[in-house]
Design a protein around this ligand. Structure first.
Ligand SMILES: [Zn+2]
Ligand SMILES: [Zn+2]
Length: 1016
């Protein structure tokens, strides 16, 4: 006997039970052990940043990550799954800063880096526990007993080794470059991080007048020397104006000198009418090249260090980057605050003025130096002396975006502000702390990814992206526009750069291991137990091999994307341990999956490091997931209050329901909506139909003492052959979809199959299960349904592992103790293509289609299906369909409750639309007294069956039925007595008042009061 099955399953309770079962029986470890030595299926876990508890979007990727290793294991592969935790980086530091109420890096320094990092470590450890709990609860099988942890010394050491490899290939350099800089976090962001944080924002949009220093040069073009004359430039970052040291024009473009309101303005001729607000007169036009070398008065008199060869700043230069699309055709150049500005500044020898400090505050005493002067200072030829002067820049001490207002006000008062508006545009913000980023010149360590750009692009050719358009779209574009990877962070909690610099001769040394460090001459500050983090690693010094000076570590730590990108090697502590990783199949990965924003995050850092090190990609297949939205299609965010706590979903609906919804609701690459209702729907559409079919089977199989071991499997009805054909088609389809990394299509096929199984196979065959004779037909029905359900447990196992296990234990383990201990230790079904009967499938589809049209016609005419009709007329469009209908006629007769099916054929016109090719179904609505009586009999059977349920009888219980009613009731009860008794398992139909103890209901049937009573 099978275990009796509850009618209303409590999925969360069931899942908790299954979880203990898996734990106690060590099912996950066994699933690996039994495949040891089999072909490898390599999965890389993209390590989640454990700065907070996991959200529902994390559940999304974890569900997709789980499906494939489970499937591959059942297909015979050895699929180890090592967990990983990404521990370092700004997100964690920010958590601690928030806890401690810090607002700047200075707070951390005063608190103490050692204490600070210790708190980071504690936070990480705390969150890892939360991640482990959720991971287990959603059924994501991952080896969390042996995870890789990016903050471990071993992991850090592998990162050092990688850095050294790149160093030796000449791919690491320190550049003085403009980087996207977060003034709050006090660190540069890599360009993939910048890409994460673009937002629409409101900024000033201003046109500024730069007064021409000497107008005599313009006189020959007709300018009036008595009128004040200005170059007009446009900017959306007024805070960069004190840093201005040049203006750039396009050499080939025409510039106009115009006169308006008693002054002369110079700007690109094509833009004049857009920029100038009132009437104006064009006095002359000049080529941009002719403006070159003209000087203007600086907006702010900032002390500048010049070398002897330098030309004075505040002059016009020409550049091919000047756009005629927007602005004025004259570009304001501040070398400290823009990539192009910086490059132009180096080329033209312009002073670099930092009027803003790294925390984004306007300086009180800014000063500037030209590139040559800087060289002289570095060479020790000059000593910079900028005596503090009277503060000259407005907004000093304020954050740049606030200082903007002071600068505007100042320019306005001095008559230098031509126009001032606001602009709504896209501007990058720090993806972590939401502070506007500043493009800021400073010294930063780079990985020269551009040196291998072609190899990065070529490597991408070998990767299968799902969805495919990411490959040459989002990811391909990213590679095509590759820029060097700014990999250092001026922060605390991270993998320290393994680079030491000599205090005396400024020479560098990059180390690849702790062993190399320990062997250094003059080693000092090294203490055991070793912690490779700051500040301890900063205390370690050794002697400079060149000059004997002291080598000190540079202060930066590595971008945490470097940590995660290093995982293919660092998770194995390569090359210090597992030295065969690159040869034994553990590299590259067969499969990885994360959300689409990782194209510029983890997907990129993995790919970049792998190509730079080995000139080959490190993953073969990647599923790139869309985002999770709320039921309205809005992004989930704390501020909107529409975030769904995964634990609430799990405790209410269970993990299978959540998993099913996430997998099936939309293809992996699309965004998907999530709400209580949508998860509830996956219970209704998938879990319950599956459960109800299972429960139906168990009830009747137990009544009939069905033993699957005794079933011969000889005779099969057409319905049996049909569902077995569908089942094998399903196995084939699911296998194909999963091999193509498309679990969504596979899931949808499963839904369709279960719908056909419960709404056609079981419903059409219901009578076979409850008829009293235990003949070959009934045996075949049991055996076929049993086979379908057992196969289903294995097919759904990768998707909804809990319900699969529950069914498998009861259906299989009850009779086959020698079967695998768990469905997840079983083999994935293989389709028997000989069982697939395409014509039977299409015939049955036609029967279904015609039945559904017939039911629609009945409902339109207001006639219940229980009311038999004399005839249905079906007009089909081809003789092929007519022949098919002839074969499935008996099913249509029963399904539509008609006495006769008449089929006609009308070939459609050649121009027929697809819709016109559908069969037409017409019902004969004329009711004879005989038909009406038969309908009444069915109605009474229906009421009695409902009453049996209400009375709590078992399905196999025989009963006595009592009735009282008018003449119609009496006539029907007598005439259809055998039918009614058989359908309701009534020994007798007794025309008298029900005795006490019977279950009684009154009904109104055919305008008569009818009292019905049932008792065992
Ligand atoms: Zn920030
Ligand atoms: Zn030295």
């Amino acid at each position: 006997m099978f275990q009796p099955v509850p009618q209303r399953p409590d999925f969360p309770e069931l899942e908790e039970r299954i979880l203990s079962f898996w734990r106690e029986r060590r099912v996950f470890p066994k699933s690996l052990e039994q495949r040891q030595g089999a072909p490898l299926f390599v999965f890389y876990e993209g390590p989640p940043t454990v700065n907070a508890s996991p959200g529902v979007h994390h559940a999304l990727s974890r569900v997709f990550k789980d499906v494939f290793p489970r499937y591959k294991t059942m297909k015979g592969y050895y699929a180890p799954r090592k967990a990983g935790w990404d521990c370092h980086g700004l997100p964690v530091e920010l958590e601690v800063e928030q806890e401690l109420g810090f607002s700047a890096k200075q707070d951390i320094e005063s608190y103490g880096v050692s204490r600070f990092n210790d708190r980071c470590r504690q936070i990480v450890l705390r969150h890892i526990e939360a991640w482990e709990r959720l991971t287990e609860r959603i059924g994501f099988w991952l080896d969390m007993d042996h995870p890789y942890i990016t903050m471990d010394n071993d992991y850090i050491e592998s990162c050092w080794w990688i850095m050294k490899q790149l160093w030796q290939k000449g791919l690491i350099y320190e550049g003085y470059k403009v980087t996207p800089h977060c003034p709050r976090c006090g660190t540069s962001l890599s360009s993939h991080e910048v890409a994460l944080g673009y937002e629409e924002t409101d900024d000033p949009s201003i046109w500024v007048k730069f007064r021409v220093a000497d107008t005599r040069l313009l006189e020959r073009f007709g300018a009036d020397p008595k009128l004040p004359t200005y170059f007009l430039a446009w900017t959306t970052t007024p805070w960069t104006l004190p840093g201005n040291t040049a203006l750039a024009v396009a050499p080939e473009a025409e510039y106009a000198i115009i006169e308006a309101d008693g002054e002369q303005l110079i700007l690109a001729q094509v833009l004049a009418s857009q920029v100038i607000t009132g009437n104006f007169k064009v006095i002359a036009t000049i080529l941009g090249a002719e403006l070159s070398e003209l000087h203007y008065e600086p907006l702010y008199k900032i002390p500048i260090g010049y070398s002897e060869q330098d030309k004075p700043a505040y002059r016009l230069i020409v550049g091919d980057f000047v756009s005629m699309e927007e602005g004025t055709g004259i570009v304001h150049i501040a070398p400290a605050y823009g990539q192009i500005d910086f490059e132009v500044g180096e080329k033209e020898g312009l002073p670099l003025v930092h009027s803003v400090d790294p925390s984004g505050r306007a300086k009180t005493f800014p000063s500037g130096v030209t590139p040559k002067y800087r060289e002289e200072v570095l060479a020790g030829r000059v000593i910079p002396t900028f005596a503090p002067e009277v503060p000259i820049v407005p907004g000093r001490g304020k954050f740049v975006k606030d200082a903007d207002k002071d600068i505007l006000e100042d320019l306005k008062q001095r008559g230098l502000l031509y126009r001032s508006e606001r602009i709504r545009h896209s501007y990058p913000f720090c993806w972590r702390c939401d502070t506007p980023l500043l493009y800021y010149a400073k010294e930063t360590w780079y990985i020269k990814t551009t040196a291998l750009k072609d190899r990065l692009i070529a490597g991408n050719d070998e990767i299968n992206w799902y969805p495919e358009h990411i490959k040459y779209g989002r990811f391909g574009d990213w590679l095509n526009n590759n820029v060097d990877w700014a990999c250092s962070r001026e922060r605390y909690w991270g993998t320290p750069l393994p680079i030491w610099q000599c205090e005396s001769c400024e020479g560098y040394d990059c180390l690849d291991s702790v062993a190399e460090l320990k062997a250094k001459p003059g080693l000092s500050g090294f203490s055991e137990p070793l912690d490779l983090h700051r500040p301890f690693v900063d205390d370690i010094t050794f002697s400079c091999p060149k000059c004997g000076g002291t080598m000190k570590r540079v202060r930066e730590v590595l971008d945490c994307w470097f940590d995660s990108g290093a995982m293919p090697l660092a998770q194995w502590h390569y090359p210090f341990q597992n030295e065969t990783v690159l040869r034994d199949g553990r590299f590259p990965a067969d499969f990885i999956s994360e959300a689409v924003d990782q194209t510029r995050g983890w997907f990129y850092s993995l790919h970049a490091l792998s190509v730079l090190l080995f000139d080959r990609p490190c993953f073969r297949n990647v599923i790139c997931l869309g985002h999770i939205l709320d039921s309205e299609g809005e992004k989930m965010s704390k501020s909107k209050g529409n975030v769904i706590d995964p634990w609430l979903v799990l405790s209410r609906f269970g993990a299978d329901a959540l998993r099913w919804h996430l997998i099936v609701s939309s293809p992996p690459g699309n965004s998907r909506r999530l709400s209580w209702e949508l998860v509830a729907e996956s219970v209704r559409k998938f879990l319950l139909p599956l459960w109800n079919t299972y429960s139906f089977f168990v009830i009747y199989a137990n009544i009939d003492k069905f033993d699957p071991r005794a079933s011969s499997g000889g005779y099969r009805s057409e319905l049996d052959r049909w569902i077995l054909s569908e089942l094998n088609r399903l196995i084939k389809d699911i296998t194909d979809s999963l091999e193509r990394y498309d679990p969504t299509s596979a899931g949808r096929k499963l839904e369709e199959f279960i719908d056909g199984l419960s709404n056609w196979y079981v419903r059409r065959g219901r009578r076979r299960f409850w008829k009293s004779e235990n003949d070959a037909d009934k045996q075949a029905a049991h055996a076929t349904l049993y086979h379908c359900l057992v196969t289903l447990t294995k097919l759904v196992a990768p998707f909804t592992p809990f319900i699969a296990e529950e069914l498998f234990q009861n259906l299989v383990r009850t009779f086959y103790p020698e079967a695998p201990e768990s469905v997840h230790l079983a083999d994935f079904p293989v389709a028997d293509e000989a069982m697939i009967d395409d014509s039977l499938a299409s015939d049955t589809r036609l029967a279904m289609k015609v039945s559904s049209l017939g039911r629609a016609a009945r409902s339109k005419a207001g006639i219940k299906v229980r009311q038999p009709l004399s005839r249905v007329l079906i007009n089909v469009k081809s003789s092929r369909e007519r022949d098919a209908l002839e074969r499935v006629k008996s099913q249509v007769v029963e399904e539509l409750n008609v006495k006769r099916v008449d089929v006609t054929v009308t070939p459609p016109p050649a121009t027929a639309t697809a819709e016109a090719l559908a069969p037409e179904v017409t019902i004969d609505t004329e009711l004879t007294p005989e038909l009406i009586d038969e309908g009444l009999a069915r109605e009474i059977v229906h009421r009695l069956q409902m009453m049996r349920k209400q009375a709590g009888f078992n399905i196999a219980d025989y009963i006595e039925t009592y009735y009282q009613g008018g003449p119609a009731t009496q006539r029907v009860m007598e005439r259809f007595s055998p039918y009614i008794r058989q359908e309701t398992l009534s020994r007798n139909l007794i025309r008298e008042a029900p005795p006490s103890g019977a279950y009684v209901e009154s009904h109104r049937i055919a305008s008569e009061e009818v009292v019905l009573g049932v008792r065992k």
